[in-house]
Design a protein around this ligand. Sequence first.
Ligand code: HXC
Length: 510
Amino acid sequence: MKEVLAELESRRATARLGGGQRRIDAQHARGKLTARERIEILLDEGSFEEFDMFKVHRCTDFGMDESHIPGDGVVTGWGTINGRTVYVFSKDFTVFGGSLSETHAQKIMKIQDMALQNRAPIIGIFDAGGARIQEGVAALGGYGEVFQRNVLASGVIPQISVIMGPCAGGDVYSPAMTDFIFMVRDTSYMFVTGPDVVKTVTNETVTAEQLGGASIHTTKSSIADGAFDNDVEALQQMRRLVDFLPANNTADLPELASYDDPYRADMSLDTLVPDNPNKPYDMKELIRKTVDEGDFFEIQESFAGNIITGFGRIEGRTVGFIANQPMVLAGVLDSDASRKAARFVRFCDCFNIPVVTFVDVPGFLPGTSQEYGGLIKHGAKLLFAYAEATVPKVTVITRKAYGGAYDVMSSKHIRGDINYAWPSAEIAVMGAKGAVEILYRAELGDKDKIAKRTKDYEDRFANPFVAAERGYIDEVILPHSTRRRVSRALALLRGKTQQNPWKKHDNIPL
Ligand code: HXC
């Protein structure tokens, strides 16, 4: 017996070494952790249970029959994050560059199947060179089956991808179908085809960072939802994110102990909106002053800053926040902002996370670049997402709610449950200047007349009361009471049930 135990220990030690000490050292020299070190930081101490540690590939081409490394380039299993189960796979770059073989794919599929069956989140850590070149179509088939499982799990369990090294070819499409992608600055990149292929096909010369580094995917392409400075920070932030997420689409929201009074008044909010309606203010201040303990996990912070999306908690329970940001492009809705917020609203709706919307929006951004870029369809995505959402929806208009953007931003007309406005709200088809220029074009030469018309329009529409008179606003509230109002609204809506008509699936304007 003793010998068998010793053999097991020796086999385990070999598997744990992956591609060997030389390659582990090279990994560290690049500022990256190994696949197993990453799992250790991600999960609660001692909670990781590994599967398929001894699995090896079955390829015999290109001399591969002489090269077997137990585990075959991916470490898989499950563990806990603050006591809650998650499934995890972590690509091991030290083993054949983390490339995906048929058996490597089978290991991932096993974890995907278990996560779906047992309804717990799955986290994939990527650091790999794409399809195992020696395996050809067997590797491609493996990718296809992983993709299929990503799609079936979408909307049932949260799926998170963390990119911590190269991620190219087949490896990019699995993350692209998960709920969130996070990257590590300077050591990770994602692209379908790398700089060499780009040079051959388009004659462009680009570095890997310029083509698909975190700086690109968090600001330009919006592929990534966030980036962190190093592996440790990224993994710790993933623990924080998981704390916000329910285990699946029928599970209760996680509830954390909160010591922040849900009725806490914040008098500073009474002066947040400046007297001058064209002066910006920081909407994040309102979010931070509304959520428990000021704890806000922002999604896509560096992309389309004119809208803010992220998770916070009220009375210890997760809430998704969407808010126009007057500090960026006056908070206007453009194509990027609409897409960003639409995806976030849909995530919240999938997982029964209530949505709180703070509105200060001057409308949709005019211009050829927006119209040619499909603003109509992108704006419709956000409208569609809000209108189909059946989760509790609480809306607070702080200042402007103009035009179509008023309707879109979780208005009463698209099933906003509780819609509040601050006294500073202005709810109208457009701002006074634009309205007067259209209505009184003939009088534009007469400054005094125009000034009076503008004043009349402002008196009539630059307030929340016209909407409140119609019941489009449930109540005009004092800014300092926002947290109390939102807390009470969410408590009221805890039992909300609403169902859309049966359909195979909808046809959101993609
Ligand atoms: C087999 C691979 C591999 C691969 C890397 N390796 N990629 N082995 N298949 N795809 C091995 C290398 O041979 C090397 O082995 C080790 O991993 C480390 O690789 P290096 O090149 O030395 O590392 P580095 O210089 O850091 O470059 C990393 C890299 C590069 C940028 C990822 O390896 C690379 O470009 N790989 C190929 C990427 C690619 O084109 N993949 C196929 C994509 S097509 P040793 O033994 O020396 O340590 C695809 C199609 C799927 O994925 C489509 C499905 C939809």
